[in-house]
Structures are given as structure tokens and as C-alpha cells.
Design a protein. Structure first.
Length: 216
């Protein structure tokens, strides 16, 4: 049980570290929430999570079995650890140089009860991930490394990994959707930078864990 919790929390924090960095998903969420309202952020996250569920199921049902080699599996863990370490250090460097900021745009319409064509935003959430090169890099390195560790606990481990990962996406992007919709009263650059710093520190910790596992 403790291992499942560790996988869930680790996956969630790593998920936050990726979600927080400005990119196509953030841009789509901000623009959609500003134009169409809060619930667009939910459907965008849903589309993104459906795409990732397909990938995780593919890994579990066979894709990772082609990697059924002890040294290769450990090497994936090493690669994931190195990428995590790089992302953590690079995030701290970028924060120190003030290269990272977030633009929440303008507040959207105030009618939180309006209904939107959900399928459109679900497709956009999936599409914006497919066109993002970082998404592929993340899954080949960090995602695959987490999957290798999670599969030791079979379905429960993979489920904990996936739920932790998508929880971060839903929480962050729906939070952004709410802020854009409500007029950004509760959020600023300082809070954003603190959250990123905490995630970066955890990334470095996980990276070291993955690398030491490879050495052992």
C-alpha cells in the first residue's frame, strides 16, 4: 500500500512539474477559458487524459514487453532519472534567471453555468498533446521509467501511476481555467514561481532515486 501511495504522489508531483511549464496545453486552456468559460478547461484536460490512457494501456498490454530485458529496463530508469534531474536543475536555473513566467490573459465571461460543445474541447485537448514534441520525449523517458517501476505492482501500480499523473493535469489546468474565468484574484507570479521551485526540488530528488536504482 505504501508503494502505491509513493507511486501516486511521485507521479502527481512530476505531472505538476510538466503541467506548470508554459506550453501548448496552457495556451489552449487560457484562451479557451477566456473565450468560452471555466468548463472548457475540464474538457481539454479530459481529452489529454484519454490520449494518455490509451498510451498507458498500450504500454501495459504489450508495448513495454518488447523491452523485457533487465539491463534495458534499468537503462530506461537511468534515462528517466537523468531527464528528471535535468528538468529540475533547468527549472531552478530558469527561475533564478527569471526566464519563466505565466500569462493568464484576460478574464472570461462570468456565466459559469453556460454549456459548451464538449467534444470539440476534448479533441483539442488530445490534439494539442500530439503536436507537442515534449509530450513524446516525456513518455519515452520519464513516463516509460515510471511505467517500468509501476508494473512491478501490476494493475494497481499502473493505476496509481496513471491516476496520479492525470490528477495533476486536471487540478492545474482547471485551476488555471478558474483563475482566467474569475479574473485572477487569487494567483500571481510569486506563487507560481514558488510552486515551480518546489516541483523542481522534487524532480531532482526523484531523478537521484531513479539513478541510484540503476547503479544498485
Amino acid at each position: 500500500m505504501a508503494e502505491l501511495v509513493e507511486i501516486f504522489i511521485g507521479s502527481m508531483v512530476v505531472g505538476f512539474s510538466g503541467a506548470l511549464v508554459p506550453g501548448p496545453m496552457l495556451t489552449l486552456t487560457v484562451s479557451s477559458a477566456a473565450q468560452k468559460g471555466f468548463w472548457s478547461s475540464f474538457y481539454i484536460s479530459l481529452g489529454h487524459s484519454i490520449l494518455e490512457l490509451i498510451l498507458v494501456v498500450s504500454f501495459f498490454l504489450g508495448l513495454l514487453r518488447y523491452l523485457d530485458n533487465h539491463l534495458l529496463m534499468k537503462s530506461i530508469g537511468l534515462l528517466g532519472g537523468l531527464v528528471l534531474l535535468y528538468l529540475g536543475i533547468n527549472t531552478i536555473y530558469s527561475l533564478a534567471k527569471k526566464k519563466i513566467s505565466i500569462d493568464l490573459g484576460k478574464a472570461g465571461p462570468k456565466d459559469m453555468t453556460a454549456r459548451y460543445f464538449s467534444a470539440n474541447f476534448i479533441l483539442k485537448g488530445a490534439a494539442v498533446s500530439l503536436i507537442n514534441p515534449y509530450w513524446y520525449i516525456w513518455w519515452v523517458s520519464i513516463g516509460a521509467a515510471f511505467m517500468v517501476r509501476s508494473m512491478d505492482l501490476n494493475v494497481a501500480g499502473v493505476g496509481s501511476f496513471f491516476l496520479g499523473h492525470i490528477s495533476a493535469d486536471f487540478v492545474w489546468f482547471m485551476f488555471i481555467g478558474f483563475l482566467v474565468h474569475s479574473g485572477r484574484k487569487f494567483f500571481n507570479q510569486k506563487i507560481y514561481r514558488i510552486i515551480l521551485l518546489l516541483c523542481a526540488i522534487f524532480l531532482i530528488y526523484l531523478g537521484i532515486r531513479f539513478i541510484t536504482d540503476f547503479i544498485r
